[in-house]
Ligand binder design. Structure first.
Ligand code: GLC
Ligand code: CA
Length: 561
């Protein structure tokens, strides 16, 4: 197993608009991030992934970039960015940029030119097609509801957007586009950034000829995922990006690649592929949805057996061949404690259990802002409190399709990306200490109980549990590199596994629900001598040698020798 800094690192994702506001305009900013670097260092973080901070009209909160070389003035200036980089590096923290290469904003100068006429030299920087019998060029459905095609009156053609209509897709079959992007990436690397999270990277190449997707029910638009995801040419593009730019720098890369399993992921992250260091997979994120893609709004319940199966496949398939990126939440997902834990009676215990899980898997762990204090989903009363373009588009389409309003709101409360985007809860003062002004999105009502200041003070808090786990991971290489083995695969309540590196072994026992199942020590485990490294309950002074009953959401990590 090759050891590398980015395998040993722990990453913390910052959604700048919601992290910390320094000037009272209600929007988080780079100065705000700088003011919290000591907090993150103290927690035990190594790398900060900063969601897009480039100039942007903000239709998709920065994932619609209008100038890759400029900082969004809402977040600050290039000088602020340079300061952030300097201050982070001074503390031994690295900065990973979020880079959107699949599309730009419709306000990017490339697109403004492209849309101006059919014979503009930049026309083919984007994907333009004529309508077919007055209809869309094909039947692909956008991630954000409706068709991927938007009609443009000026030239009477359609352009493609997999996301919102303000995010036209770049044409990666045009070398000029690719080279323009290389240049820009190199520019950031020369500044000294330490890595990239490549947004929506699986989709940069679309199937040749843009064929219709299978459509047995003759719907106007259908989920066409296979026709624009993980195609062979994406791999070619990533290898070229490495050869021409990335390999000159010691950086880390992670790609957002939905719709693949671990075998296919090895095509991106296999040691010899020279494409990406790791990818964010989505199999565990779709467990509570009826299907992939826009199906996220169709909810279903998940079981631990499915979850264990998925995660175990990723752990074992990538071992010694590639590297995992482990996460439960991010700026696109509901809060993990609300989704996989219990954000009521057992908020603290279940958040600690989930943290124990994420930080004892093989791979690089990603912690999303607020996860370390157990922030929860928000339940806004009215649609007018929501800000996210995906949520608002879904609401509109659901209404047009006659879906009952209470069902729509229930889906939104469970799955809206705004669950993750409410302001970071720093203390129990007004607006949770996030801003002295009016925040761009409302604070979660539970901030008086759930906030950083009280978590830091309480030695039993979720925050301190994270801090201890991160410290353990830093000290014991078995946490990082140990081989994973699932025990009790058919137990519906307990998730138990070992991690082994040479003569070191960890045993992780997690109770995933609020029941009280019994764990039986096997002969082999019983005879090993064991040391408890961390747990989320006090252990009784004495325990039966053969078994013990777990308490709700109990988590224990033993070191066996
Ligand atoms: C990724 C981002 C998401 C964004 C989308 C379009 O999925 O994580 O926030 O809306 O790409 O850029
Ligand atoms: Ca601000």
């Amino acid at each position: 197993m090759n050891s590398t800094w980015w395998k040993e690192a722990a990453v913390y994702e910052i959604y700048p608009a919601s992290f910390k506001d320094s000037n009272g305009d209600g929007i988080g900013d780079l100065k705000g991030v700088i003011s919290k670097l000591d907090y993150l260092k103290e927690l035990g973080i190594d790398v900060l992934w900063i969601c897009p901070i480039y100039q942007s009209p903000g239709e998709d909160n920065g994932y619609d970039i209008s100038d890759y070389y400029a900082i969004n003035s809402e977040f600050g200036t290039m000088e602020d960015f340079d300061n952030l980089l300097k201050e982070a590096h001074a503390r031994g923290l690295k900065i990973m940029m979020d880079l959107v290469l699949n599309h730009t904003s419709d306000q990017h100068p490339w697109f403004i030119e492209s849309r101006s006429s059919k014979d503009n030299p930049k026309r083919s920087y984007y994907i333009w097609r004529e309508g077919v019998n007055g209809m869309y060029p094909n039947n692909w459905e956008s991630y954000f509801s409706g068709s991927v095609w938007e009609h443009d009156g000026k030239t009477d053609e359609y352009f493609m957007h997999l996301y919102s209509k303000h995010q036209p897709d770049l044409n990666w079959r045009n070398d000029e586009v690719v080279h323009g992007l290389y240049q820009m990436i190199r520019w950031w690397l020369e500044k000294g950034v330490d890595g990239f999270r490549f947004d929506a990277i699986a989709h940069i190449v679309k199937a040749k000829g843009l064929p219709n997707a299978n459509n047995p029910q003759h719907l106007p638009v259908v989920q066409a995922y296979q026709l624009f995801s993980n195609l062979e040419k994406v791999h070619l593009m990533l290898r070229k990006l490495n050869e021409e730019v990335l390999m000159d720098y010691d950086i880390m890369t992670v790609g957002e690649t939905s719709g693949l399993g671990p075998e296919q992921a090895l095509e991106y992250v296999g040691d010899k592929r020279h494409e990406l260091n790791m990818v964010f997979q989505f199999e565990h994120m779709t467990l509570d949805s009826a299907s992939n893609g826009t199906g996220k709004w169709e909810m279903r319940s998940w079981t631990l057996l499915e979850l264990k199966k998925i995660m175990s496949r990723w752990q074992t398939t990538l071992h010694n061949k590639g590297w995992n990126a482990n996460y439960l939440g991010n700026h696109d997902q509901p809060r993990p404690v609300s989704r996989f834990g219990n954000d009521q009676e057992y908020r603290v215990q279940s958040a600690k259990m989930l943290a124990t899980w994420m930080l004892t898997l093989e791979g690089t762990p990603y912690i999303y802002q607020g996860e370390e204090i157990g922030m929860c989903n928000v339940s806004y009363d009215s649609i007018s409190d929501y800000r996210d373009v995906e949520t608002l588009n879904f609401y509109e389409h659901a209404n047009l399709q006659g879906r009952p309003g209470d069902q729509t709101m229930a889906a939104i409360r469970a799955k809206s990306r705004d669950n993750a985007r409410t302001p970071m809860q720093w203390d129990d003062s007004a607006q949770a200490g996030f801003t002295t002004g009016e925040p761009w999105i409302k604070v979660n009502k539970n901030y008086e109980e759930v906030n950083v200041a009280s978590a830091v003070q309480d030695p039993d808090s979720i925050y301190h549990h994270y801090r201890k786990l991160l410290a353990l991971r830093k000290k014991n290489k078995v946490f990082v590199y140990g081989e994973y083995k699932l025990l009790l695969p058919l137990d519906p309540e307990l998730y138990v596994y070992t991690r082994t590196l040479n003569d070191e072994r960890l045993l992780i026992i997690l109770n995933f629900f609020d029941g009280t199942p019994v764990f039986q020590w096997s002969d082999e485990l019983k005879n090993a001598s064991r040391e408890l490294l961390i747990a989320n309950y006090e252990l009784p002074a004495e325990e039966d040698k053969n078994m013990f009953m777990l308490r709700p959401y109990e988590a224990r990590v033993y070191k066996l020798t």
